[in-house]
Design a protein around this ligand. Structure first.
Ligand code: VGL
Ligand code: ZN
Length: 198
């Protein structure tokens, strides 16, 4: 059994004061750092969008942030612009122990498609390459922490379970956006997908 800690999007823009702040997002940093020592591998994901990204409400004239639009691949929440490539908001939280990471995986870098999951973009077919990386290293067990529990953490953990990894989410080391009941829905969906909520 080889265990990896997958730290999802623990970036400045998702923490208080950021452009898509998740309440209490910065509170999990120390817990996440402490968990790194107990894992064979540590992967950090980084939401990484070009300024013209299709998930930004500002790129859809007249659209309100947090409204839902139809994309070629299905419904898509329109977010305030966040984690724009090269901006301070896209950087990891300054207290996150980045040095301990074996791999930093960037996602959401194609203008026309969002990527909540660390494994597949939102068309559900374009792979990020993370599954191959983990399998090549012999990793079998994945623990997910970070932001946001009801979007990128949940989508990543469910994909992991579908791909045959043992997938666990440590909720204390996550914070949620909770948009229109999205947290309850994500918990139900994760359990149904075989994700262990710890
Ligand atoms: C996320 C919305 C947009 C996340 C990323 O990390 O959960 N949510 N981009
Ligand atoms: Zn994003």
């Amino acid at each position: 059994m080889t265990q990896a800690l997958i730290v999802i999007d623990l970036q400045t823009d998702f923490c208080p004061g950021g452009r898509l702040a998740v309440a209490g997002g910065d509170e999990v940093v120390e817990a996440v750092n402490a968990m790194m020592a107990g894992h064979d591998a540590v992967v950090l994901t980084q939401d990484w969008h070009p300024a013209d990204h299709a998930s930004f409400a500002g790129n859809h004239p007249g659209a309100a942030p947090f409204s839902v639009t139809q994309m070629p691949y299905g419904p898509q929440v329109l977010w305030p612009a966040h984690c724009v490539i090269g901006t301070p908001g896209a950087a990891f939280h300054p207290r996150l122990d980045v040095d301990r990471a074996d791999l930093i995986l960037r996602k959401g870098f194609r203008a026309g498609i969002d990527s909540y999951s660390a494994f597949f973009e939102n068309d559900r077919t374009t792979a990020t390459g993370l599954a191959g990386y983990l399998r090549d290293r012999g990793v079998t067990d994945l623990t997910f922490v970070g932001l946001a529990l009801d979007f990128c953490v949940a989508w990543s953990a469910m994909d992991a379970a579908r791909l045959g990894f043992r997938a666990r989410v440590v909720e204390d080391a996550c914070r949620a956006i909770d948009l229109d009941g999205s947290l309850d829905a994500a918990r139900t969906a994760m359990r149904a997908a075989g994700v262990v909520l710890a």
